[in-house]
Design a protein around this ligand. Sequence first.
Ligand code: FAD
Length: 511
Amino acid sequence: THCLRLILGDQLNLQHSWFQQVDDGVLYLVAELHQETGYVRHHSQKLCAFFAAMAAFAQQLTQQGHRVLHLTLDDTAAYPDLPALLAALAEQHRVTRIECQRPDEYRLLAQLADMTLPVSISMCDSEHFLLPFEEIERQFQRGKAHRMEPFYRRMRQRYNLLMTGDKPEGGKWNYDQDNRHALNAEALAQVPAPLCFDNPVGDILQRLDRHKVARFGAAPERLAWPINRDQSLQMLEDFCQHRLRHFGTYQDAMTDQSPHSWSLFHARLSFSLNTKMLHPMEVIEAVIGQYRQDEAITLAQVEGFVRQILGWREYVRGIYWANMPGYERLNFFNAQRALPAFYWSGETQMRCLSQAIGQSLEWGYAHHIQRLMVTGTFALLIGADPDEVDQWYLGIYLDAIEWVELPNTRGMSQYADGGLLASKPYAASGNYLNKMSDHCQSCRYRVQEKTGPHACPWNSLYWHFMVRHREVLDRNPRTRMVYRGWDNREPEQRQAVLDHAQHCLDNLDGL
Ligand code: FAD
């Protein structure tokens, strides 16, 4: 063997140029690492999904004739970390060179870059993202506020997607305004059952127990998530056929009135994308292809979806790399509070939160608005420590890898970067939840009330947040106007709201 090639758990890209030729002098390494199970407490299904997908990938490469070393937690337990494992393997297999694909996480990139080994180590591109890594520093500056929309338009032009000449197809760049509806009875009846697989993971669970890996969340022996390229392509096809036509319209909607409330019209492709089993361009092309042949699908649906992948996904990665290291410590509001215990149990009487957290514990999944406007906004309002919030998001979602989790959580949802990524904090009261969901109808709390034993805690907590940070938010034209209504209220009324909020803050776990 002259070369050892490292494949990390989120580098399961069968299309990578590495694999276009079989070379007997190359040994591929796919390894379950203790350091990866332990840098945060993960959801059981996240651990299972990664390990199962890595095993399937190793098997596929072997079938294609490549030489592959697949190591489990049992095999790697003797090595304290990845560099130690690589050093041992380099010697054992007498390799002269180690090659890897550039990790997408700063933590791993730094670890590999700082490694000193007796053999040479080189890094190549993972051939996944649509904005080349080298271009990030030209488009994103450290510490500077950026906005998604201009970036997205450049990407549309660059890849000539949904364009008519140099104009956006249909005349508008962005159809977000068409995309914010709550579910009605008719739409509810059309929610398709989620495509679920039946991947056995009992042996992985046993391994996790054997090595005492701390974990949480539901841990079924059969994993519903896709763990290989074929299953990922089935998910993509299922989305194009059954969900795309309603995707944009109900993208922000939440319900507890459907057996499929947890999945609705969402693609659930983020795990497949983030592990690189799917390439973002093939997803975009499949969706646009469906639009061209299917009259039921409107431009607004397709544009809304393309924007998520071509726009948001690439944009948050740019913000991440431009600001790392350091972004992971930003705390604009100096928020210090611990997350309430119900984030780990789902046990709260606030129905919106118990639904969003409950399904996250059950599936390792919640859709964007649940993450942003339910668990995220609540953490923002109570002033939760962004370190804790990050850990929670990084652990609980199958798709959570730091490059995408961190800017979304710390930046978009907690505004802890002071606006580098988003133009305003996503603060909201119960009113928003009542507009976008049916949770309030069956909630113990009353969404119209701000004070008193039945008042929805969101209402007073919202004002507490706005008043607490008035000095900063008054300067922002997007948040300034809300203070007008507040100032017009009687002082006793305002005080009662703030007192009620304080009562909630003092009793978060009783809510
Ligand atoms: P769909 O709603 O069907 O969207 C399609 C695809 O678009 C997704 O698969 C995803 O690849 C991409 N996408 C959409 N929005 C974003 C976004 N804001 N950033 C990046 N990609 C996006 N996404 C992750 O992949 N990993 C995370 O760890 C993660 N953490 C998040 C934390 C918070 C607080 C918030 C508000 C959002 C987070 N997101 C994260 C973004 C988004 O919520 C998920 O990508 C999405 O819910 C995944 O489900 P889906 O595949 O059904 O997405």
